[in-house]
Design a protein around this ligand. Structure first.
Ligand SMILES: Cc1ncc(COP(=O)(O)O)c(C=O)c1O
Length: 423
């Protein structure tokens, strides 16, 4: 599509945008009395206005019913998590029984490693991307050490090529073949948090499985952002947080995916607890664990309903709109942002280097060469919230639910002002 960096054109795009009314469904922070332009939904999504009612409902039930709320609340607490599975399964391309919401992200990755990282003397290596999100690195290193192995030999990192800012799928696939029958697990962040790259999850999953390894994905930056077909791609397991594109609130609960081939099976290693046992017999308090025949078998504790309520609220928005519509708008928004950045770069004679490759979701990561922290401060003071990394990288995520095309135009104007004001 041909874009123009003008106010009129941005407004024309907004007028054509069927998702535009959804901006009103979210609370925006204000700076100097004005709603901010919010580009950090890749870190923490905005609060949907409907969330409060979902939390209030739990608080009222707790106040009025106390323990009886477990079974007699309008949305009983004991199986509250089940309400999330169906809408969430649609977001990640899974069957309803392959998905559960529980714990938090790094905790879930650890728990899933219990089941899916079973190193032997021959097959013990884990392949990941270099400079994975630090929590993933710590998780992998501690898992490897837990099995008495040395992270230096057991963890194989795929590097970017010299001078490039992204990973090449062919390099990942080649490394998988090279490690071959020593490879126990591939575990990569489906969308990289730093450069915004979307990995070719289907092809990498196929490559990993072809050498006999298992394949898992950390989908923190992917869920609610890019198309996912976890079931059809044959992914073994995945986990994600819900506070970024899923808008469920700070530090909130995580989702997991476990492929149906592992459901209802005996002999799977797992750290277990009472909410993983069959619902029908759970309260007989039997000593034997009888796993649920869905992903709930990985659920250890009774559901944290006050965390699940905002996640459920947010999922109703995803269900109303559907991922296809969100992604279509997201692609347009990000392409418009790219256009605006290139135009403004030319106008100010600046050197903006977009390091996000074409395989991308909503985020663009940009080196603003020659600029510094004062530009970030200028943007913040003028009501634009971006993510700044020293020395001069900004990460911009125009989230389709609540970003307008005009926001992007206005951001471009402020960026220009911020740069020119120093010259
Ligand atoms: C890719 C990735 N992995 C893991 C984490 C850690 O998440 P948590 O603190 O919820 O465990 C994050 C957090 O932003 C992340 O972006």
């Amino acid at each position: 599509m041909l874009f123009h960096n003008t106010l009129e054109f941005s407004r024309k795009l907004d007028a054509e945008d069927t998702l535009a009314p959804y901006k009103e469904q979210f609370h925006f922070p204000k700076i100097n009395g004005k709603k901010v332009i919010y580009f950090t939904g890749n870190s923490l999504g905005l609060q949907p206005k409907r969330t409060q009612a979902y939390i209030d409902e739990i608080m009222a039930d707790w106040k009025e019913l106390a323990v009886e709320g477990h079974f007699h609340a309008e949305k009983p607490w004991w199986d509250y998590h089940e309400r999330l599975a169906e809408p969430l399964a649609k977001v990640v391309g899974a069957r309803k029984d392959e998905v559960c919401v529980l714990n938090t992200l790094t905790v879930n990755l650890h728990f899933l490693m219990v089941s899916f990282y079973r190193p032997s003397a021959q097959r013990y290596k884990i392949l990941c991307e270099e400079k994975a999100f630090p929590s993933d690195q710590y998780m992998l290193q501690s898992q490897v050490r837990f099995h008495g192995l040395d992270p230096k030999t057991a963890i194989v990192e795929v590097k970017k090529r010299k001078g490039e800012h992204f990973w090449r799928t062919e390099d990942i696939v080649a490394k998988i073949s090279e490690v071959g029958d020593e490879l126990a697990l591939v575990l990569i962040g489906g969308v990289n948090y730093y450069n915004g790259q979307v990995f070719d999850m289907e092809r990498i999953t196929r490559a990993g499985k072809s050498v006999g390894a298992l394949v898992g994905w950390d989908l923190a930056h992917a869920v609610g952002n890019v198309p996912l077909q976890l079931h059809d791609w044959g992914v073994d397991f995945a986990a994600w947080c819900s506070y970024k594109y899923m808008n469920s609130g700070p530090g909130n609960a995580s989702g997991i995916f476990v492929h149906e081939r592992y459901l209802g099976k005996t002999g799977i290693q797992r750290f277990e607890g009472w909410w993983g046992t069959k619902k029908e017999t759970r309260f007989l308090m039997k000593p034997q664990f009888e796993p649920m025949d869905n992903a709930d078998a990985w659920q250890v504790s009774n559901p944290p309903v006050l965390s699940l309520a905002p996640y459920l609220a947010s999922l109703t928005l995803f269900d109303e709109v559907g991922m296809d519509v969100l992604i279509e708008k997201s692609r347009r928004l990000t392409a418009f942002l790219e256009h605006v950045l290139i135009q403004i770069g030319e106008e100010v004679g600046g050197e903006f280097e977009i390091i996000t490759p074409e395989d991308r979701g909503c985020q663009l990561s940009v080196f603003l060469h020659g600029e510094g922290r004062s530009l970030f401060d200028f943007l913040m003071e003028n009501g634009v919230i971006v993510d700044w990394r020293e020395p001069n990288v900004i990460r911009l995520a125009p989230v389709p639910f609540y970003t307008s095309f005009e926001d992007i135009f206005q951001f471009g104007q402020l960026l220009k002002q911020g740069i020119l004001s120093k010259k």
